[in-house]
Design a protein around this ligand. Structure first.
Ligand SMILES: [Zn+2]
Length: 322
């Protein structure tokens, strides 16, 4: 096998844009592209198919034999069906079948935060022992999450492990969440939540404006971001007790943009309920080192791995009950 050969293609179907990478066998990037879409599922899929065709026509892609697709939402991995999509019109969508018929290659679908963590865990700057737990919170339109033991991202009994955005941080019923529960941290710490809270309580109108004002020293904007960080710390506290993670990575567009304000607030909140402080250190809270292409890279890594090891994702009891 030629180690320089490009072998897999990864696509991240994000809330406002589609990202695509061609990955070599040594997991370095041969090509990368980003394209905006109009935020509807139909347009996003169309843009994704165009991007796949464009990347496959590149001379670097002659050995590509599979495509990984990362999407926000609940994914049934073995069928490649989106059970509940964050993008309009993609609920209960057999996206793997549709893409395979359009591009003629095997397609593997996974959750975008899980793909992001898969990319982070294979980054040369990250090292975790086989028993180390790593947590990722992806802050964007919503709050995605993922948990890994060693470099293995956990799927859970129904395939939906790591939905950390839906950890509740208050008493039931106060703030209903679109997921059907209430009080979820996503309602307080996503980019969407921050812009809503800013519009309700300040003169600032968008998440970008809040971050820019906070960067410039605006006290009100800093308070909004500190409250979001405090909410994230509140959600992470039980995970720290349960799993003893070595590192928590913060990723996503909003996470990267607001990291200098969020990270100290997360650390401060964790420090206020720190059990056994003399024996046990809190996890490092870091920005993910891979950046905006992480979910596309992780999707390509996962596709390669699932093509080579089909038994990795056995059918789940959840799918048999349907
Ligand atoms: Zn929720």
């Amino acid at each position: 096998v030629n180690d320089d050969a490009a072998v897999s293609l990864g696509i991240d179907l994000g809330g406002t844009k589609v990202s695509g990478v061609i990955l070599r066998a040594d997991r370095t990037i041969a090509r990368q592209r980003r394209r905006p879409h109009d935020s509807s599922g139909q347009d996003a899929l169309g843009v994704a198919v165009d991007l796949v065709h464009e990347l496959l026509s590149d001379p670097a892609s002659t050995s590509v034999d599979c495509v990984g697709l990362a999407v926000a939402g609940l994914v049934e991995r073995h069928s490649g069906r989106i059970v509940r999509g964050a993008l309009l019109g993609l609920d209960d969508s057999p996206i793997r079948e549709r893409l395979e018929s359009l591009i003629g290659l095997r397609v593997f679908v996974d959750n975008d935060a899980d793909a992001t963590l898969a990319a982070v865990m294979q980054d040369p700057s990250v090292s975790a022992g086989p028993d180390d737990v790593t947590v990722l919170m992806a802050l964007g339109t919503g709050v995605g999450g993922a948990v890994a033991i060693g470099d293995r991202v956990l799927h859970g009994a129904t395939g939906f492990a790591g939905e950390l955005g839906h950890i509740s941080i208050e008493e039931p019923g106060l703030h209903p969440c679109p997921c059907g529960s209430s009080g979820c941290v996503e309602l307080f710490a996503s980019g969407t939540a921050v812009s809503r809270i800013a519009r309700e309580t300040t003169y600032l109108r968008t998440t970008e404006a809040v971050v820019a004002a906070a960067d410039a020293g605006d006290r009100t904007a800093r308070d909004v971001l500190r409250d979001a960080g405090t909410a994230l710390g509140h959600a992470l506290a039980p995970l720290v007790s349960a799993l003893d993670p070595g590192t928590v990575f913060i990723s996503g567009g909003f996470g990267h943009a607001a990291a200098t304000h969020l990270l100290p607030a997360i650390e401060a909140r964790l420090g206020r309920q720190h059990s056994f402080p003399e024996s046990r250190r809190l996890p490092r809270i870091l920005v993910d080192p891979v950046g905006p292409m992480a979910a596309a890279i992780g999707a390509a890594v996962i596709a390669r791995s699932r093509l080579a090891h089909p038994a990795q994702v056995p059918p789940l009891s959840f799918t048999r009950s349907h």
